[in-house]
Ligand binder design. Sequence first.
Ligand code: FAD
Length: 453
Amino acid sequence: MKFVIIGGGPAGIQAATHGARLGAQVTVIERDIIGGAANLWDCIPSKAMIATGDVVSMARRAEKMGLSPLQPALDLGAMSARVQSITHRLAESTMSLLESQGVTVINGTGWLLSSHEVIATIGGGEELQLDADAILLSTGSRPRVPDWAEADGDRVLTTRQAYPPPVIPEHLVVVGSGVTGVEFVHMFRSFGSKVSLIVSRQQVLPAKDPEVAAALESDFLQSGVRLFKGARAIGLSRGDDGGVSVLCDDQRVVSGSHVLFAIGSIPNSDGLGLDKAGVFVDGGGYIPVDHHCVSNLRHIYAAGDISGKLPLASVASMQGRKIAEHVMGLDSRSHRHLDYEKAASAIFTEPEIADVGLAEAEAFAGGRKIRVTKVPFAANARALIDGDPRGFVKIVSDPATGVVLGGSIVGRNAAELISVIAVAVTAHLRVDDIVESLLVHPALAEALADAAE
Ligand SMILES: Cc1cc2nc3c(=O)[nH]c(=O)nc-3n(C[C@H](O)[C@H](O)[C@H](O)COP(=O)(O)OP(=O)(O)OC[C@H]3O[C@@H](n4cnc5c(N)ncnc54)[C@H](O)[C@@H]3O)c2cc1C
């Protein structure tokens, strides 16, 4: 089985390693560095910078923990070097893994000559032609910028120009209050920037449980973040001092030293020769796929951001894994479908936020009977010991069977703790299975058992 993959992000890498393990002859074409935008621009650099900011926040709590005041100063150059060393280390270890599995990696730009022929354009314009029995398109996406603005990388930034920015903005205006927008608000407020957030709806994180969003909004407001709710950004102007002003559709003007757009992404489907191969693309540039991630052509798959499903690295990886199994014809006993409803996700703010499965508001809107139990971290010994008892754990279960349907966590280490609820949701565990697990004491995870009670 000749399996050619265009794009070496989480989807491409997982499909390649799992496909090779199952016996496919795999080639990955990647034009940049292995690991994808997830490693180079998105997940890893943003979390690395947030981790630096978290140290600053922790230092601010020094006095509460019985220490004399600490005032760490940010070193932009050192932080940038740290971010780069992490991405390079991850790229190197992924490359070694691919090599050890016998995957061929071509550094070049891939595109389709026909439905079974892939071209890799490498340095100097040389073209390599590859025949393929199965093809995966996993070329990811890039940040969207409104057509009335131009990201110059100086005062007007996309997320990719903020790792790190040329200077720490004195006053950053963030446009977009989804997951990416709020993470950048959190990151820059911890670096000492004044931050204003333009929120087009009445709630930050419009897709999330209102109670979860309210917890974050309250923390933002307490730390001095200014929220401009119900305001859609429609224009941008530059002042004589180089500052920026964002005009909103309700005539409010939000001015700052820099602006950052976090308004979603555009799929990288242009230039892939999809028309030559006969692959269908929708109006937004996404490649529609079925539950096996198969496009309109049986042997051409799409995964990751280009597939228009949940834009998460974790989802992209799992799609890649499932595709490798489908390519290699694994039967239904060893190949389970991917259920996007059960994907856990996290928002790396302070407090951290994570959720999985059915949300309370979603069940309520659908008229579904559920049991909701909630406990605050204020009653948890570990949270008090750590000096940060903010937030809560909420578990949603079926009142008749006790099966765990979902949950949300707001608080320290929420991204780690949600794994317990994610496993429970995937494995159809009951609340009693969590209650009766012998957990560590004192630990934040004890709040999960309390919430399941
Ligand atoms: C700021 C930010 C933070 C994020 N943080 C998280 C997070 O914490 N957790 C999470 O789960 N998700 C996060 N995401 C989402 C996550 O980054 C994406 O969902 C994920 O990267 C998608 O993976 P992918 O495999 O589709 O492709 P990508 O990671 O986008 O990689 C695609 C690869 O394809 C290559 N490529 C493109 N075209 C070609 C071509 N023609 N030929 C050869 N190579 C090509 C690119 O160079 C790239 O390396 C974040 C996104 C953003 C914007």
